[in-house]
Design a protein around this ligand. Structure first.
Ligand SMILES: [Zn+2]
Length: 349
């Protein structure tokens, strides 16, 4: 087992080596017949007060998009999975967003339009219909909101422990991610209540996570039906489904999973008048049964969080994606897209 400092040093050397012009040209040639899919969630203003792994500052996102525009054949998801490519001189690239945050409309869309980059937004329909926040975002807000250096959550659930929110930002992220993973071990229908209890325990005002029209609009707010209609008429944007409930589908019964998959498709088709053909598994969790349910619901493709490129001929219901979080600097993204470097994908359920 490598010591963390040695691991960090090796990572830094690999990132630096893969950022040289020669390495970039070589990997571009080597990967020219492959397609990379990048998985983003939310994009925030640079001075946003709340932080989460899933929120990228807009200046960082813009630098990613400029790099993508100049070095990749940026494709819509439909072109990517049907392998309709006209430019094989560069590797293909698809920009994807999970969950359906309003910030995709306010902040990401103007950048994508300016650079003429296509993208797909996978939407969780229950959050849109009920104007609800994800339980995981309530946790990110609570962790940022609290001034407590240590939070003891053993009384909230036996699955939870003590979390230290003191120290450098990387430690803070590690501890919040550990808390999120612990909550994922509790029953799906209990997670939001647990997240609210955590918020109350750290002294946060309930106004931040109230359901319906009563919640205070913030960076984690979902898209509205009106924004979804506008996105549906934008030629650069494809809308996809991300289930109705956003529970981890492999933890549900077959009937519940089937209903969540189908409902999200039906609701989005009614809302937009368009056919919804692409799906994203919440948290990237999939198995053979879910692949079948997604195919039977009428989707053409489904994406995961398995890191790696998509190759023509791959299974369309287990499409790989590289997860991109707020720790993904431009240098790290360049290294990631050479295909020789991997970072752990982190999703949220
Ligand atoms: Zn999600």
């Amino acid at each position: 087992m490598l010591r963390p400092t040695l691991r960090r040093l090796i990572k830094r050397c690999v990132v630096r080596a893969s950022n040289t012009d020669m390495a970039q040209k070589f990997s571009s040639h080597l990967n020219r017949n492959k397609i990379a899919l990048l998985a983003y969630h939310g994009i925030c203003r640079d001075d946003e007060r709340f932080k989460s792994w899933t929120l990228l500052p807009e200046s960082l996102f813009r630098s990613h998009m400029l790099f993508a525009k100049n070095n990749f054949d940026c494709l819509s998801i439909s072109k990517a999975v049907s392998c309709e490519r006209t430019n094989n001189a560069k590797p293909g690239l698809v920009i994807t967003f999970d969950d359906g945050y309003a910030n995709n409309f306010h902040i990401a869309l103007p950048i994508l339009m300016e650079l003429e980059i296509p993208a797909i937004i996978y939407i969780t329909t229950q959050n849109v219909l009920e104007n609800n926040l994800f339980w995981s975002d309530i946790i990110w807000m609570a962790a940022k909101y609290t001034s407590q250096k240590t939070i003891n959550l053993k009384s909230v659930s036996p699955c939870l422990g003590i979390y230290s929110l003191d120290g450098v930002l990387s430690h803070w992220y590690t501890e919040v991610l550990r808390l999120l993973e612990d909550i994922k071990r509790t029953p799906p229908n209990k997670r939001k209540d647990i997240a609210k209890e955590v918020g109350i325990k750290v002294g946060m005002d309930e106004i931040f996570w109230l359901d319906g029209q009563r919640h205070k609009e913030n960076i984690f707010s979902p898209l509205t039906p009106k924004q979804i209609s506008k996105l549906a008429s934008c030629p650069l944007i494809t809308l996809g489904a991300h289930s109705h409930c956003h529970n981890l589908l492999d933890q549900l019964s077959i009937v519940e999973a089937q209903s969540s998959i189908q409902r999200s498709k039906e609701i989005l088709e009614t809302m937009t008048g368009n056919s919804i053909e692409h799906f994203s598994y919440p948290n990237g969790n999939f198995n053979k049964r879910l692949q079948r349910l997604v195919r039977e619901a009428g989707f053409i493709s489904s994406v995961t969080y398995k890191p790696g490129f998509f190759h023509p001929g791959d299974n369309l219901y287990t499409v790989n994606r590289f997860g991109v979080g707020s720790n993904c600097t431009l240098d790290l993204l360049k290294a990631l897209l050479t295909g020789v470097f991997q970072i752990k994908n982190i999703a949220h359920g």
